[in-house]
Design a protein around this ligand. Sequence first.
Ligand code: NAD
Ligand code: GDU
Length: 333
Amino acid sequence: MKALFPVLVVGGAGYIGSHMVKMLVQSGHEVIVLDNLSTGFRDAVHYGRLIEGDLADQALLDRIFAENSIAAVMHFAALSQVGESMHEPARYYRNNVANTQNLLDAMLRHGVRRFIFSSTAAIFGEPEASLINEQHPQRPINPYGRGKRMVEEMLGDYDRAYGLRSVCLRYFNAAGADPEGELGERHDPESHLIPLVLQTASGRRDHIAVYGNDYPTPDGTCIRDYIHVWDLCSAHLLALEHLLANGGSDIFNLGNGTGFSVRQIIDTARRVTGQIIPEIVQERRAGDPAVLVADSQKARRELGWQPRFEDLETIMGHAWEWEQIYTSVFGVR
Ligand SMILES: NC(=O)c1ccc[n+]([C@@H]2O[C@H](COP(=O)([O-])OP(=O)(O)OC[C@H]3O[C@@H](n4cnc5c(N)ncnc54)[C@H](O)[C@@H]3O)[C@@H](O)[C@H]2O)c1
Ligand SMILES: O=c1ccn([C@@H]2O[C@H](COP(=O)(O)OP(=O)(O)O[C@H]3O[C@H](CO)[C@H](O)[C@H](O)[C@H]3O)[C@@H](O)[C@H]2O)c(=O)[nH]1
């Protein structure tokens, strides 16, 4: 089902948002991007119209909603580094919670009542089950996760009181790149494991740090569930269709259901790239749970979500293609 009016993608110049914009446009939707370019890039917005601005700017939000009939809002804008959130919680609560409330309140003022939210596995904290489903207890262990959880609760209240319908998609670790090589992961500074490993393979870094090898896991390093960015986007498209068809508010965990340790990621990168990747074991990073792996059966069952790129070598292969394109096209060293 196609939206009759534009979809507003907040944070559409960022890693996941820029892929989403491409998929929306390819699926026939009109897209407006709002982004303050704090961690995103103007030249990542290949499709749709970019409005440069901040969610803190209520007058700008009013103008955007007044000038455009918006069918739905997809909200990717956030600060998203777990370790940083431990040291700078104020910035995290302001941008991820207060600014999200600004956006929701502007939507209410203009009668826009469909919202798709980028939530996270970080709301769960240390898991009590090997696979984390939607009912798993939520005990976030860092301000980033606590802020995202607050927004989920706010969304429940906004639905009950104001009829604003939302879908919260809790991603595990987004990874990979546009299979066509046009877009990829670009965080500056980069903090995520897979791009850092691949930057080491391409010679941009001299080693990869392993944050802790004394976790209670088989090889002592943290285990995560890496999910292809294009598969995350296809779940958003289904969530949009669900809301356009008058579906009610809902929450889904999105991952592959398979965990890989930091050491397995580095070994896979060595295979995929054929490069020697030096590693140095360092202290644990504050705020990291030992294991996070998703149970995404609900998304498959109820949204009809069918991930296409579940294989880790494919995910890392796409990310490696992007690293090579990026370093040659952008001349990055
Ligand atoms: N990358 C992951 O593995 C992952 C996992 C779980 C959840 N998430 C969530 O997904 C979303 C997108 O993550 P990403 O990796 O693409 O991050 P990103 O930093 O690449 O993208 C975020 C975008 O939002 C913009 N932005 C931030 N604050 C803004 C504001 N106040 N006003 C306007 N624009 C603003 C940034 O400039 C950037 O373009 C985030 O909400 C993140 O918490 C990401
Ligand atoms: O140089 C590095 C970078 C990371 N790691 C380790 O690799 C794993 C993955 O770390 P990332 O930084 O790539 O990802 P996170 O699991 O910390 O966080 C990601 O997933 C979370 C949900 O689980 C949040 O949503 C967050 O936004 C998103 O970036 C962690 O155990 C981390 O300690 C290293 O060993 N060395």
